[in-house]
Design a protein around this ligand. Structure first.
Ligand code: 5AD
Ligand code: SF4
Length: 440
């Protein structure tokens, strides 16, 4: 008989969406009397919340799951659960069960809300529980959450994605786009503000298409409604798809006194030929025109992006188009990725896959260029005093940290009483993506 375990650890891979889903798993566990522990060694239950967007995240998770084989042998009461996007891939749950038969619970992204019941079943029957639903349900409201990112709180607004970019596995593992009712979103945010949260981040694979499946809501109107909520807090949102990034939305951001002056607008590539093969539904010019419109309304907006190199058939000329776009767009920061073929996506079947050496050379060049743009951007902060929302302590740097409204991270000396407070920091040193300063 497995005893009713009381200490849990959740290991999360991937994006904010996954971090927030781990908060939901934690909420379900806390409601059942479990408490979090610091080390895997003390845990009675270890949950892997996985990501399959790129192969390296998948390999890391598999390596870490495999490493628990001996622990499981020496501690028969340890429960190991694996959930998240990885398990939602076709045939993957069976493969995982074959390779790692010591895993007790395998659950998909569409079964997350039921995790408590799956755990009960495991404890009652002591057999492997595999529950991966192929199709998404309607949105479940009211899942408990144990939040871990104070003073920021993540709030889902859409689930799933309808875009089918040819490289991307997300639409296959997260299902079709579903929007939450605006009333539920607003009441969750009001609750969070009254609990003392100072930053709200709205989450969706494409927040811009929020409401497309509802007849009474869209993203600009949601921004306006959230901005009317009383109290001092910052509003962030991600991710934006350029094709749906409209003038109406830009106006809503410009007119909001809560929306941060930063937008994450993934461009992916600067070559029209590659953008078309990616099924992104915009050209390089259309993307740059949207940037221009955004900067016309909000001249100091900080724009960040995602860029991919090594997409099938990418030539040196295509890559140089990306380089030129990066120089022209002047992003305040960029996440750069090497294209990773994902089984079941159209791009994985395309002829002309790019070799690793070429992709690595390209990404290094891109990183170098963006780094110098980011450094130049940070350099402008020198001597300025900025308002920072203090969000944590960096033990290595022995400094507190937080971001300004443009999303720039600053480090400064302080004490624990500053956590969750807005503080003024004068910048004395800059470098790369971060700033160093003193409280004034
Ligand atoms: N390979 C590499 N990067 C990918 N992304 C999505 N799918 C892949 C893939 N197959 C990147 C995109 C996206 C970000 C979240 O991850 O740039 O914007
Ligand atoms: Fe993937 Fe494209 Fe959807 Fe983003 S918009 S989640 S890249 S399919």
């Amino acid at each position: 008989m497995i005893k009713n375990a009381l200490k849990y650890r959740i290991i999360t891979y991937g994006c904010q969406m996954n971090l927030h889903e781990s908060e939901k798993i934690a909420g379900i566990l806390c409601q059942r009397g479990y408490t979090e522990c610091e080390s895997d060694n003390d845990a009675d239950l270890i949950v892997f919340n996985t990501c399959c967007i790129r192969e390296n995240a998948e390999k890391r998770a598999e390596g870490n799951i495999g490493a628990l084989k001996q622990r499981k042998k020496s501690n028969k009461n340890l429960i190991i659960a694996v959930g998240g996007c990885m398990t939602q891939q076709k045939g993957y749950a069976e493969k995982l069960h074959d390779e790692f038969p010591f895993v007790d619970i395998i659950f998909g992204t569409h079964n997350l809300e039921k995790f408590g019941e799956l755990l009960d079943k495991k404890i009652a029957e002591n057999l492997t529980v595999i529950e991966v639903k192929e199709k998404e349900d309607k949105i479940t409201e009211g899942t408990p959450k144990t939040r871990t990112s104070y003073p920021n709180a993540w709030v889902n607004i859409t689930y799933g994605c309808n875009n089918f970019c040819t490289y991307c596995i997300v639409p296959y593992v997260r299902g079709r786009e579903r929007s939450r009712d605006p009333e539920n979103i607003i009441s969750e945010i009001k609750g969070l503000i009254s609990e003392g949260y100072k930053e709200i981040t709205l989450l969706g694979q494409n927040v811009n298409s929020y409401g497309n499946d509802l007849s009474y809501a869209n993203f600009p109107s949601l921004i306006r409604k959230v901005s009317e909520i009383e109290g001092k807090f910052r509003l962030r949102f991600m991710t934006n798809h350029p094709k749906d990034f409209s003038e109406e939305l830009i106006k809503a951001i410009a007119e909001s006194d809560k929306a941060c002056k930063t937008v994450h607008l993934p461009v992916q590539a600067g070559s029209d030929r590659i953008l078309k093969l990616m099924n992104r539904h915009y050209t390089r010019k259309e993307y740059l025109d949207k940037l221009e419109m955004l900067r016309a309304y909000i001249p100091d907006i900080a724009v960040t992006t995602d860029i991919m190199v090594g997409f099938p058939t990418e030539t040196e000329d295509d890559f140089q188009d990306t380089v030129a776009l990066v120089r022209e767009a002047k992003f305040s920061g960029a996440f750069t990725f090497i294209y990773s073929p994902r089984k079941g996506t159209p791009a994985a079947e395309m002829k002309g896959q790019i070799d690793e050496i070429t992709s690595k050379k390209r990404i290094m060049q891109l990183i170098d260029i963006q780094n110098s743009i980011s450094c130049e951007y940070s350099g402008k902060y020198l001597g300025n005093t900025i308002e920072i929302l203090c969000e944590g302590y960096d033990a290595k740097k022995k400094k507190y940290l937080g971001r300004d409204v443009y999303g720039r991270m600053a480090y400064f000396k302080g004490d624990n009483s500053l956590l969750g407070k807005f503080v003024n920091v004068k910048i004395t040193k800059t470098g790369g993506m971060s700033l160093i300063g003193e409280m004034v």
